[in-house]
Design a protein around this ligand. Structure first.
Ligand code: SF4
Ligand code: SF4
Length: 220
């Protein structure tokens, strides 16, 4: 599959998810931004999709903002598929701590500068009640399972690429040499970003398996 085909599948994943989430009553709305922290993660495929599509007149301001992420931010050590594999193999999971981060760097006046191209990590953050009042996102267990499965699927789609804090991903791809290496399927190395791997096992509880599989069948 070439990069254009991968992006077509990514867009399909976003569309299927959007239709799925529309079946639930959720509070999320414009200007509600408690969840927009610097801890959001994503893949190189999603970073590439954003860089290739964002409005040209916004490009320099967006890149400048991503270049100054909160100093304390979540920088995962393990990808979703790696965690699933280690769980299946009965290994201990030693993930990086989730820091209390500042606001996402591309949040401006309570609005996302890259909203149409935001990664799945932002799209799947939904809540039945306002997080600002509860202090946490109230996520339906089925949505939680679908979120995890779709995270695994996006990583699988971008196997050979990298994952990590989304600001770090964008900053990596903003460097032309890195972007070209990604386009040309060269081996990517980064001090902090982690390698994406294919799915070996889907982390979905038995009670949600049927519904998750039905959604996955709608994709490609
Ligand atoms: S997840 Fe929470 S903070 Fe984010 S938009 Fe929804 S209700 Fe608002
Ligand atoms: S990229 Fe946009 S939607 Fe995602 S956390 Fe940042 S401001 Fe919020």
């Amino acid at each position: 599959m070439d990069l254009n085909q991968q992006i077509a599948v990514l867009k399909q994943i976003y569309a299927v998810y959007s239709e799925f989430i529309s079946r639930f009553t959720i509070f999320c709305k414009k200007y509600c931004d408690t969840c927009c922290t610097g801890n959001v993660t994503g893949t190189t495929l999603e970073g590439y999709y954003l860089l290739k599509n964002m409005e040209k007149d916004q490009q320099s301001i967006v890149l400048e903002k991503f270049a100054s992420p909160p100093s304390k931010r979540f920088q995962p050590k393990l990808s979703f598929n790696r965690i699933a594999k280690q769980c299946a193999d009965g290994e201990d999971i030693q993930e990086a701590p989730v820091s209390i981060s500042g606001k996402c760097p591309v949040l401006l006046n309570h609005q996302c500068l890259v909203y149409p191209y935001r990664p799945f990590g932002c799209r799947c953050m939904v809540s039945a009640k306002p997080c600002s009042e509860t202090g946490y996102a109230d996520i339906d267990p089925l949505i939680f399972s679908v979120n995890h499965a779709f995270m695994q699927l996006i990583e699988h789609l971008d196997a050979g690429g990298l994952s990590g804090n989304f600001s770090d991903v964008v900053n990596f791809l903003a460097i032309e040499k890195n972007r070209k290496a990604y386009e040309n399927r060269l081996q990517l190395n980064h001090r902090i970003l982690i390698p994406n791997i294919s799915i070996s096992v889907l982390m979905v509880p038995p009670e949600h398996r049927g519904q998750v599989e039905a959604l996955l069948k709608q994709i490609g």
